[in-house]
Design a protein around this ligand. Structure first.
Ligand SMILES: [Zn+2]
Length: 364
């Protein structure tokens, strides 16, 4: 089977994304409280692919938490806001630097020239270095795939030397064109860094409701913030909780455990993780807290004892978390869930051991 391949992976952050769906068919709007709305993915679409946003309508402006992954998806969010209120967007808060939370900033600035971007300290730096690098790498990968597919078409044979079928010959030009268009669109994406930097806590007090932006990283990334609306008990958590496996690739497991300890002290009752539905209980919060702490403690003990990953894993007792983190593997067998969960624990523990051994890059 020959295919040019989907231009992006299944995650908008860092790895990019190509969806054949119009953006209006990806997201739905959920009313969270008076003048507070969330955009989350529609039923049947994996929430790991698209980040949720929070919309808060205040006295004379709107605050948005997370700006989505590109111009088009940001425009759809702007259109959604315009259908709710005529007020302009005054602030965009980026919970962290990953592309699916920040790459819509440019469109917001274009439509609302006065808008101010707020994020944790280090987000601007990470966005303009790591964020830029990941975009460039993604574009290069897509370019290479399109180039290779052009070669197969010219040769009439796929990468394994077998002749292309009539269907493949018919399908490849369209796939190549889609890949090139996607790469061009990603190339032209402008990264707009936040200008209001949150070292510890930043409060939007003028206007109603009050909005607290609390720096909790290093956790999922080193600069994470959460957004808390004390009048309504609403807490937007970025990628600190997910409906499924949380992603530790840029994470700091011990820092994440410390962050969860702080977050559980915030008395929010309506929780929005960026990759999942609006939650009206705190179970996911408590589970994530216990999981990250157990990972951090297991890693620290392994480093102290000088034991390897296998021994650390077997002594870690993570089974109780499997149901929660494999929640989206609805079609999988129990054996597949167990295998996938074990791989996840191995990845996270590997990073936690590096952190415990002092081998991760410096955290602030
Ligand atoms: Zn993220």
């Amino acid at each position: 089977m020959v295919a040019c391949g989907s231009p992006g992976s299944d995650r908008a952050s860092g790895e990019g994304l190509e969806s054949p769906l119009p953006r209006s068919e990806v997201y739905r709007v959920e009313r969270v409280a008076d003048d507070i709305y969330a955009t989350v993915v529609q039923d049947g679409i994996s929430p790991s692919r698209f980040a949720a946003s929070l919309i808060v309508i205040r006295d004379d402006h709107v605050v948005v938490v997370d700006s989505r992954h590109d111009d088009e998806s940001a425009q759809e969010l702007i259109d959604t806001i315009a259908a709710l209120t005529a007020l302009p967007v005054g602030y965009v808060v980026n919970t962290h630097w990953h592309g699916d939370h920040v790459q819509g900033n440019a469109r917001f600035r274009e439509v609302f020239p006065e808008v101010r971007f707020v994020a944790g300290a280090t987000v601007a730096e990470d966005l303009m270095s790591l964020g830029r690098q990941r975009l460039d790498e993604e574009v290069a990968r897509v370019d290479a795939r399109a180039e290779a597919a052009g070669g197969w078409l010219a040769a009439g044979a796929g990468p394994d030397g077998t002749a292309l079928t009539a269907e493949e010959i018919e399908a490849l030009p369209g796939q190549i064109a889609a890949a090139r268009a996607y790469a061009d669109e990603r190339r032209s994406l402008e990264l707009v860094p936040p200008t209001i930097v949150v070292e510890n806590r930043f409060e939007l007090v003028e206007g109603d409701p009050t909005i607290e932006i609390i720096r909790v990283g290093p956790a999922h990334t080193r600069g994470d913030v959460v957004v808390y609306l004390p009048d309504h008990g609403v807490l937007a958590l970025g990628d600190l909780i997910e409906d499924g496996f949380p992603w530790f690739g840029d994470g700091f497991p011990r820092g994440w455990a410390d962050a969860m300890d702080r977050i559980v002290d915030i008395p929010g009752t309506v929780l929005l993780g960026a990759h999942g539905p609006v939650l009206r209980d705190r179970e996911a919060l408590e589970t994530q807290r216990r999981f990250t702490r157990r990972i951090a403690e297991t890693a620290a003990a392994a480093v102290t004892a000088g034991v390897g990953l296998e021994q650390a894993m077997s002594g870690g007792e993570f089974e109780e978390f499997q149901t929660r983190y494999t929640i989206r593997m609805t079609d999988a067998t129990e054996a597949e869930r167990t295998e996938r969960f074990a791989a996840f624990v191995r990845e996270v523990l590997t990073r936690a051991v590096a952190e415990a051994a002092g081998d991760l890059e410096e955290t602030r």
